[in-house]
Design a binder for this molecule. Structure first.
Ligand code: ADP
Ligand code: MG
Length: 270
């Protein structure tokens, strides 16, 4: 596969979500800081106390989040799935306010190695969320995991293999299978292809786009690579210094950026 280009081919998109569709996840004025005193860092939110990040992602829709390193993308992503508590602001999943881990939300990380236990077979890692959800029928669990492995382009026989036996791209496929296991309505991918070579990047990106279409999930795709984000996103949000400076349909934002910062980001792409 070729290096993704800003004006490169797009993954075909389904019917765009409309405002009438209920958001799978909705965030209202999120803010989050770390540390205290002199070490205080504002990761998400603005200097004005009332200023936070608000967004909504609907079923069957992909929201890309771009921005330079340190702009608050990961902090925002972790709050959206409930891995990190907002300092202030609210999050709704499927229309209801949630606190803590949202059952219908899953996260895929940049480095699947750090999220996979090296001492457990990948099949067992994928089975964990099924058992946590109360499934007890071991034969059914194994069958479901094998089906998930096949769905992400691996083989059923990979169930008994260990993470170190897989390539980076294959490990990311395992991470995706594990995220899919509890049948989430929202998946947040934080730099899911940034650690992969370009050919593998294209394959894993295409897989995510395909799954998002097929399963009708809401996908949040965080990446610093603007070309990769254009391939999969319906809308894009541009983050800078903890705030979204511009948000809109990805073609509009990329072709006619309204914010000078977005223009600078796009101009920096070779
Ligand atoms: P991005 O994903 O866009 O690179 P992050 O959300 O990781 O940005 O980080 C935003 C800011 O918050 C950075 O200045 C980062 O150093 C800071 N930050 C993130 N996580 C923590 C943490 N656990 N403790 C202290 N500072 C943090
Ligand atoms: Mg990050």
């Amino acid at each position: 596969a070729a290096v993704p280009r800003l004006d490169g081919p797009r993954t075909p998109r389904p019917r765009p979500a409309t405002d009438a569709d209920e958001p799978v996840v909705e965030a209202f004025r999120l803010r989050r800081e770390f540390g205290r005193g002199k070490r205080r860092v504002l990761a998400v939110g603005g200097p004005d106390r009332a200023e936070g990040v608000s967004l909504a992602v609907r079923r069957g829709e992909t929201l890309g989040i771009v921005g330079e390193s340190g702009s608050g993308k990961s902090t925002l992503g972790r709050m959206l799935v409930g891995l990190l508590e907002p300092g202030s602001g609210r999050i709704h999943h499927e229309g209801r306010e949630t606190a803590g881990i949202a059952p219908g939300a899953q996260m895929v990380f940049q480095d699947p190695v750090s999220s996979l236990n090296p001492r457990r077979s990948v099949g067992e890692s994928i089975a964990d969320p099924l058992r946590a959800a109360g499934q007890r029928d071991e034969a059914a669990i194994r069958a479901r995991v094998e089906e998930l492995l096949t769905r992400v382009g691996l083989e059923p026989g990979h169930y008994d293999r260990y993470p170190h036996e897989f390539s980076g791209g294959q490990r990311q496929r395992v991470g995706i299978a594990r995220a899919l296991a509890p049948q989430p309505s929202l998946i947040v991918c934080d730099e899911p292809v940034s650690a992969l070579d370009v050919t593998t990047q294209a394959q894993v990106t295409a897989l995510l786009a395909e799954l998002q279409r097929e399963l009708g999930i809401a996908l949040v795709f965080i990446a610093h690579d603007l070309a990769v984000v254009r391939q999969v996103s319906d809308r894009v949000a541009v983050m800078r210094g903890g705030l979204i400076v511009e948000e809109g349909p990805v073609d509009e934002v990329y072709d006619r950026p309204a914010h000078p910062y977005t223009r600078r980001l796009l101009d920096a792409v070779p």
